[in-house]
Design a protein around this ligand. Structure first.
Ligand SMILES: [Zn+2]
Length: 126
């Protein structure tokens, strides 16, 4: 945490969860920066991602239903519900050590997906 962060307004509060409702969370995340990534898992799952520091994310229920999938360099923990199979979020750490959550914007409540302006990200080649 630095001084710049303290003076920055908090991003908007969103709630979300998995499809069956077992996993629920609240998070502060800025949906003006949403990406679509062309890596193998984002392609397979249709992930629409927004990132926020892990301190802006609170898992409210369903931790016992979550399982973690890692592949390739094993740096991202893809968290999925073992009941319904959806992936509401993933966990990772920035190169300088900040824990982050990558939210699947499709699993946030009440978000108009068509109104977003996602940026392509070349995850397949990075
Ligand atoms: Zn579920």
């Amino acid at each position: 945490m630095n001084d710049e962060t303290a003076s920055t307004p908090l991003p908007p509060l969103h709630s979300g969860g998995c499809h069956c409702g077992a996993v629920r969370f609240e998070t502060r995340v800025d949906l003006s920066h949403v990406i679509t990534c062309n890596c193998s898992i984002c392609t397979a799952k249709g992930l629409l991602l927004a990132f926020t520091p892990a301190e802006n994310f609170t898992l409210q229920q369903g931790g016992d239903r979550l399982n973690e999938y890692r592949f390739n360099r094993h740096v991202i923990g893809h968290m999925f519900c073992t009941a319904c199979g959806t992936e509401p979020f993933a966990r990772a750490t920035t190169p300088d050590g900040v824990p982050m959550v990558a939210l699947n914007v499709r699993c946030l409540d009440g978000v108009d997906i068509a109104a977003l302006n996602p940026m392509p990200y070349d995850g397949r080649n990075s």
